[in-house]
Design a protein around this ligand. Structure first.
Ligand SMILES: Cc1ncc(COP(=O)(O)O)c(C=O)c1O
Length: 484
């Protein structure tokens, strides 16, 4: 009877896996592969242990596990056998007929829309010049952060350590409320803040909360692909509204919107700062249509001259502006914390949605962030990064000017982390981006961020995350490609 196991079980005493684990896995694999067919009697544990030279308890533990999982069954009078009824099911499930087509997975409409929006690689990649949207990761105050994380782990109370408040940790919402009021002029009581795992998470949450299929959403053109993914994911109908020198221009004959998405502080990708008159016009237009406005304030703290212009949300008296922010840019994307500031009546349903969709940021990280803000580290870091990014913007503008003044024109943004090197309309910016990729240089083609009738060609280039030397040498490497 022991022959049943010969050629099936081969235990390796030097392996890291325990003998019990090896025995269990090898027998399980033999059952799944059909080597041990249904009804096969398994030897008695005592003789099996003797044969394999292991303790009987080792064998018993493996057999018990296989019985518990349904691979083996004990039959009165017959001992332990390979499960019969289950066997057919297992075989059908794990061993498709050889001629069977591979399984096709059909995505839902929502998933197809969301997944269709292409933004960088899915598997992640090392940031390299001139990937946009990447802050200077080396400047991140690791030591301070590590200390605060340790403290947060120690001090976290039971509520936070359990499920906690799904709107976000109260300490963080209090700290954010004060910070946003002071730095961005945002009117936000802590109860109005819903913490998410990113700005993208906040956009997804708001899209689901406020939009039904076929609702109309005005989006900036050119504009942020992540926002388009969030809105088209819920089946909304997107209307590209052109961005002019003052940002999104609401004058035009467009279908009545339910929601308008804007990045007024540094329009993405142009970097345009929406002036006061256009802000008022936008709010007036939203009021006329009874539409919500989502203000995505992703990197507005980085204003190089003077103070950042106050957020649209702070000017709104009607409660239609929903404010979205993130720590991805002012600290680093791996922090995975963003937030939405919403009118009070919306805060509770959003918190319940958070509970049921589960895109909640880690409580330890939230507590560490609260301390980071309270102790003034955030302000200090932003101040240092503003100076650094301004210097890097200078370096990139001069390098582009020195190398390509006949080919590109740069509309220098007043802040932010990226700029557009505008190319003549006849140039194929996608082709240039591909050519640059072959030299390990990353840029985004502006034509791919445009989806209306606008004919814009250019390269969106990030500068914040790269040293002056890298910027200089990489721009020089672009010679012969940009100006080909
Ligand atoms: C306009 C805009 N909004 C939001 C985000 C995303 O922020 P998060 O990383 O928090 O999702 C980005 C990032 O590139 C962005 O450019």
């Amino acid at each position: 009877m022991l022959d049943a196991l010969s050629g099936i079980v081969d235990l390796d005493r030097a392996a890291a896996a325990s003998l019990y684990r090896q025995l269990y896995e090898q027998m399980r694999a033999a059952i799944l592969s059909g080597q041990l067919p249904a009804g096969t009697r398994v030897p008695a544990s005592r003789s099996m242990a003797a044969q394999l030279g292991v303790a009987r308890n080792t064998v018993l533990a493996a057999l018990e596990q296989l019985v518990a999982e349904g691979f083996l069954e004990t039959r009165q009078g017959a001992g332990t056998v390979v499960s019969g009824q289950l066997h057919g099911d297992i075989m059908r499930a794990v061993r498709p007929e050889p001629e069977q087509e591979p399984q096709e997975y059909r995505l839902s409409k929502a998933a197809s829309h969301i997944a269709a929006v292409g933004r960088g690689t899915v598997g992640g990649e090392n940031p390299r010049a001139f990937m946009p949207g990447i802050p200077d990761l080396r400047s991140f105050p690791r030591e301070i952060w590590a200390r605060l994380l340790r403290r947060a782990s120690r001090e976290m109370d039971a509520e936070a350590a359990a499920y906690g408040d799904t709107s976000g940790l109260p300490q963080l919402r209090v700290a954010l409320s004060a910070h946003l009021r002071e730095v961005r002029g945002v009117q936000a009581e802590p109860e109005q803040i819903v913490v998410t795992s990113s700005a993208q998470g906040a956009l997804d949450l708001l899209a689901r909360a406020l939009l039904d299929p076929d609702d109309t959403v005005w989006v900036e053109d050119p504009g942020y692909l992540g926002a388009r993914a969030a809105f088209s994911g819920v089946g909304a109908s997107l209307i590209p509204v052109p961005v002019d020198q003052d940002g999104l221009n609401p004058r035009g004959d467009y279908p009545r919107p339910r929601l308008i998405y804007v990045t007024p502080s540094h329009q993405y990708p142009t970097g345009i700062l929406m002036p006061l008159a256009r802000r008022l016009e936008l709010l007036e237009c939203a009021a006329r249509h009874g539409a919500y406005v989502i203000e995505d304030d992703y990197d507005s703290e980085f204003q190089f001259q003077g103070r950042p212009v106050a957020a649209l949300q702070g000017m709104d008296r009607s409660g239609r502006v929903l404010y979205v922010g993130t720590f991805s840019k002012i600290l680093q994307p791996g922090i995975r914390v963003g937030y939405a500031v919403v009118p009070l009546p919306l805060a509770e349903p959003l918190a319940r949605m958070q509970r049921n969709t589960g895109h909640i940021a880690s409580a330890v990280v939230q507590l560490a962030l609260a301390k980071f803000i309270e102790e003034g580290h955030l302000r200090a870091h932003v101040r240092r990064m503003c100076a650094l990014y301004e210097e890097r913007q200078d370096t990139l503008v001069s390098a582009l000017d020195k190398n390509f003044s006949n080919f590109v024109s740069v509309n220098r943004p007043a802040g932010g982390m990226q700029l557009i090197a505008e190319l003549p309309p006849e140039v194929d910016d996608v082709e240039i981006v591909m050519e640059l990729g072959r030299k390990d240089i990353v840029a985004r083609a502006v034509s791919q961020l445009t989806f209306g009738p606008q004919e814009r060609r250019g390269l969106l280039m990030g500068y914040a995350g790269y040293s002056g030397e890298t910027i200089g040498s990489k721009v020089a490497t672009c010679r012969g490609i940009i100006d080909a």
